[in-house]
Write a protein that binds this ligand. Structure first.
Ligand code: AMP
Length: 186
């Protein structure tokens, strides 16, 4: 079964670890827009140069740019064969609408860890790009734009929310149980 999934989670919710697990478990193609933009920035493409100023300040790129990037990736043949796990996209309601007009999405999964918890984790990590200002900016963008996007999937009855607090293996088990229950029920 080629699973077609979207995963939501604040930065610091353990989404990277769980995406690795889920792509292995379901054999789907991991499409991380953050990774794609960082690679573009590192190789100095036009997209990368444009993306950098947004990424450096924790702000979102324009929807039309992001939809174009994701559409191109979804058109590659591996996606049709293996399915996908979209990570970091959609982050706004217009992105979600554009995505669902392009492809069928089986389920969106919300890996839920409260804002205070991820803020403390990020600050404890003490990375140079995790200043309190940038962390605050990213969390504000998440609250203003991504939380309504999660609600949009809920309205379509295509959302499961998983408690993201706990041992990584325990969280992985929660994820597969919830995903299999929903995909199997289709
Ligand atoms: P991430 O690694 O997913 O947190 O993405 C890093 C940065 O890339 C974000 O803070 C945004 O500046 C940009 N970005 C990634 N995905 C999107 C998206 N779907 N819409 C707008 N900006 C994005």
């Amino acid at each position: 079964m080629a699973a077609r999934l979207v995963i939501f989670g604040r930065q610091g919710a353990g989404k990277g670890t769980q995406c690795e697990f889920l792509t292995r478990h379901y054999g789907a193609v991991h499409i991380s827009t953050g990774d794609m933009l960082r690679a573009a920035a590192a190789s100095g493409t036009d997209l990368g140069i444009r993306a950098k100023s947004y990424m450096d300040t924790g702000q979102l790129l324009p929807d039309d740019v992001m939809v174009g990037v994701v559409q191109e990736r979804l058109e590659l043949p591996d996606v049709a064969e293996l399915g996908f796990l979209l990570d970091g996209f959609p982050r706004t309601v217009p992105q979600a609408e554009a995505l669902c007009a392009l492809v069928e999405v089986d389920l969106a999964v919300n890996l839920d860890v409260a804002e205070d918890v991820v803020r403390d984790r990020m600050l404890a990590r003490g990375r140079a790009d995790d200043t309190p200002e940038i962390i605050g900016e990213r969390l504000a963008a998440y609250a203003a734009q991504t939380v309504p996007t999660i609600a949009w999937f809920a309205q379509q009855d295509r959302l499961v929310t998983i408690d993201g607090v706990g041992e990584p293996s325990e969280v992985s088990n929660r994820l597969t149980a919830a995903i299999d229950a929903r995909l199997g029920a289709q």
